[in-house]
Design a protein. Sequence first.
Length: 333
Amino acid sequence: MMNYAVPTKSPSNRAHWAAVAVLAMAALCPQQALAQMPARFYWKPLSGSNAVPLIVNSISGNTNPFDPAQTVTPGADFDATMAQAGYAHVFSLFDRSAMAAIILPMGRISGDVTVAGRSAGQSASGFGDPMLEFTWNILGPPAQKNIPDALRYQPGFSVDVLADLALPIGEYDSDQQLNIGQNRWYGRVGMPIVWQLGDWVPGRRTTLEFLPAVWFFGNNTDYVGQTLKTDPKFQLDAHVSRDFTERLWGSLDLTWYYGGKATINGVAGEKLNNLGVGLTLGYQVNDNLGLTFGYKSTVNDSAPGDLRMDAFMISVVYGWHPIIEGMRRLKSE
């Protein structure tokens, strides 16, 4: 059995830490803001675990951060505040770990938009398109169904399949380009990969993580009286994460965007070929509550048509498991 212990912790406390803390650290992240998943999102906790996140972003750039297509508006300067709330549940499917989640974006965005050669200020606020997500592990250790499983767990080299789908019910004004909702179906398929390096002991864990994915977009047939089409967009997220202490961890983040060429009424724009880099710090306040702080920015963004984006993020995630909470109540009695 893996020794997750700190010498001062009892076995029950070690079990509590192993089963719940990982979920609280696995913050549901913004799908839209730079469309980048943070490190440790696809770590596997005990089946039956639940999490509720609240994520707040401050974002600026030349693209609408509520739109994962990342369509560039040359010369534009947008500012947005995005908050996202959601729910995630982990369960066992055919003896493999799976997760289902929903997240709802909301907030405001403002900036200058050029229409027919004329620039005008636009703004939007309200609720965006809810995003549904399903992941299922296909390679790696089996699902953690009980406390001994959680204590023995090591990811090794694990691979998941991923499917996201956004529901086009967010607030949308067809008279302007800048919107919170996107008035079209969109989603992605991908394969999250976690590669364990060295010991799997809190305070010493190191991982390499990758997420190759392809985004697909339906047509918006009422885009300021025109039809907006977007080609599929390939995206690769990569992270190197490391524990600094049992409760504090950090990661270096890299994202590559390619494709996603937009066409409006037959007039094609430019496809993306951009890099984004970031830093993330996570802190486990207690067995249930985790905090994450991050900064992400594009780097090859000097040309007018290049994607330019800067985002600061803070997240608060509350995670729990009925068995663990029951153990806590029995101990307190």
